[in-house]
Design a protein around this ligand. Structure first.
Ligand code: OOG
Ligand code: MG
Length: 255
């Protein structure tokens, strides 16, 4: 029998100590349900250390992200309060293995949502929408993984920055994005890259988390997934991202 709790401990310790580990599995060695079970157990370890659940992140919801990591399935992970980076704040790379940053859209939930829902039903459960940056960090050596590995590793969750909140009816279907390092554009894209419209990512989140007996809870943040490829962070870099109609999000990496 596979010792899923042991996998959970290994991946959680790798995240806690920011030390890279070898890939666990090819996809045939761990089923997807087992990988999500490992993820749940590893996040429980964080909760036992005093962290608090604050939401979910969707991953690989754009073609460019799928191509960047060579995995072509939509995935999800769990967010805790310890992953939140203050907007305009400073990120210390010491807590990460090889972090990258990507532009996203964040939803704030006002009503619970779970299972099969329409985009209209999903939107009716939203309190607000915001521009966001996700800081992802794979705990696997060379940022290399198969589907089961990345899901077990909480879908590379490690940090997120949320900008100003807007009314839920704000149209975020196709907004231009320019992500800059030290004022120079590094990634340019559109929110439409996220499944054609980020609301579809919220619909997918409601459906997918239900399989693990979870639901999107009131007060939860849901990150819709990267709209562009992720860019490697380096010490001292100032990251800023302009979202058409939504405003800017920024942070700095400590030297
Ligand atoms: C997997 C997580 C993907 C996204 O927004 O697509 C993700 C990874 O790229 O390491 O967060
Ligand atoms: Mg992401």
């Amino acid at each position: 029998m596979k010792n899923l709790a042991n996998f959970a401990e290994i991946v959680d310790e790798a995240a806690r100590t920011a030390k890279a580990i070898p890939q666990f599995v090819g996809d045939d060695e761990m089923t997807l349900d087992e990988a999500y079970a490992v993820q749940a157990m590893s996040v429980s370890r964080r909760i036992q250390r005093g962290e608090r659940r604050v939401g979910f992140k969707m991953g690989l919801t754009s073609r460019v992200k799928m191509e960047q990591v060579g995995v072509s399935e939509v995935i999800w992970g769990r967010l805790t309060d310890a992953m939140r980076v203050e907007e305009g704040g400073v990120l210390d790379m010491g807590g990460y293995v090889h972090p990258r940053v990507e532009p996203e859209i964040a939803y704030l939930m006002k009503k619970p949502l779970s299972g099969d829902v329409s985009p209209m039903e999903a939107l009716a459960a939203v309190e607000a929408v915001a521009p966001a940056l996700e800081i992802i960090d794979s705990r696997y050596e060379n940022f290399k993984f198969a589907l089961g590995d990345v899901v077990a590793d909480n879908s590379s969750s490690s940090g997120f920055v949320v900008g100003g909140w807007h009314a839920p009816e704000t149209d975020v279907a196709n907004l231009g994005i320019i992500m800059k390092f030290d004022g120079r554009p590094v990634e340019i894209g559109s929110t439409a890259a996220i499944l054609g419209n980020p609301i579809r990512s919220l619909v997918a989140a409601a459906r997918m988390v239900a399989r693990s007996s979870e639901r999107l809870e009131p007060g939860y943040i849901v990150l819709a997934g990267g709209a562009t490829a992720a860019a490697h962070l380096a010490p001292g870099v100032h990251v800023s991202c302009e979202f058409q109609n939504l405003g800017d999000v920024e942070f700095r990496v400590a030297d």
